[in-house]
Design a protein around this ligand. Structure first.
Ligand SMILES: O=CN(O)CCNC(=O)c1cccc(Cl)c1Cl
Ligand code: NI
Length: 192
């Protein structure tokens, strides 16, 4: 399988494309945009395979947004493994490319991954809780241009917010309270 995106192709923090609001993607998808979606998903699939990611030197990812490969477009590939770890050969929780996503509602309740977040575009991991909405409803278009509405909570909700942030020029550390990065807030749900 030919892989188009290796780490040298990932746009790093400092590149203005990561701080832009990306352009919406027109439908029907152009061949170029369909190929881009496929190549971004290929990155995620390879990056989540222990042997393959070693071979290509890929940092693992559960999502990849187009600005991270230099394309200021409202699209992101998402590959969230099945949530019950022991069934590793099970169907992924979510595998697909989201186009023109909009968070149409979100809970007041906040959530953060207890180990913080990481980003392919940020070489030095920034430590700290990244508070996000615990539950969200996202409307997006799939590769066929169909409008989908999905309700998410906990880890999947955090991943989608991380990716949708990329499409609006935000990076995860923008949300970390630098004065007290690991301060526990009893209204926030910490997800392991
Ligand atoms: O934008 C996508 N990336 O930067 C890929 C690498 N990071 C991750 O997979 C990742 C890691 C931790 C928490 C979240 Cl929420 C995510 Cl998304
Ligand atoms: Ni990222």
């Amino acid at each position: 399988m030919t892989i188009r995106f290796t780490m040298d192709k990932i746009t790093r923090d400092g590149d203005p494309v990561l701080r832009q609001v990306a352009a919406s993607v027109p439908f029907p998808l152009s061949k170029e945009h369909a190929q881009l979606a496929e190549d971004m998903m290929t990155y995620l699939v390879i990056s989540q395979d222990e042997t393959q990611n070693e071979k290509y030197g890929l940092r693992p990812g559960v999502g990849l947004a187009a600005p991270q490969v230099g394309e200021s477009l409202q699209m992101a590939a998402v590959l969230i493994p099945s949530l019950d770890p022991h069934e590793h050969d099970e169907e992924p929780y979510f595998k697909g490319t989201i186009f023109n996503p909009v968070i149409i509602s979100e809970s007041v309740k906040r959530a953060a991954l207890d180990v913080g977040e990481g980003c392919l575009s940020v070489d030095e991991d920034v430590p700290g809780f990244v508070p996000r909405a615990n539950r969200i409803t996202v409307r997006y278009q799939n590769e066929q241009g169909e409008t989908k509405t999905i309700k998410l909570r906990d880890y999947p909700a955090i991943v989608f917010q991380h990716e949708i942030d990329h499409l609006h020029g935000h990076l995860y550390y923008d949300h970390i309270d630098m004065k007290s990065p690991w301060e526990v807030d009893d209204d926030t749900k910490y997800i392991d």
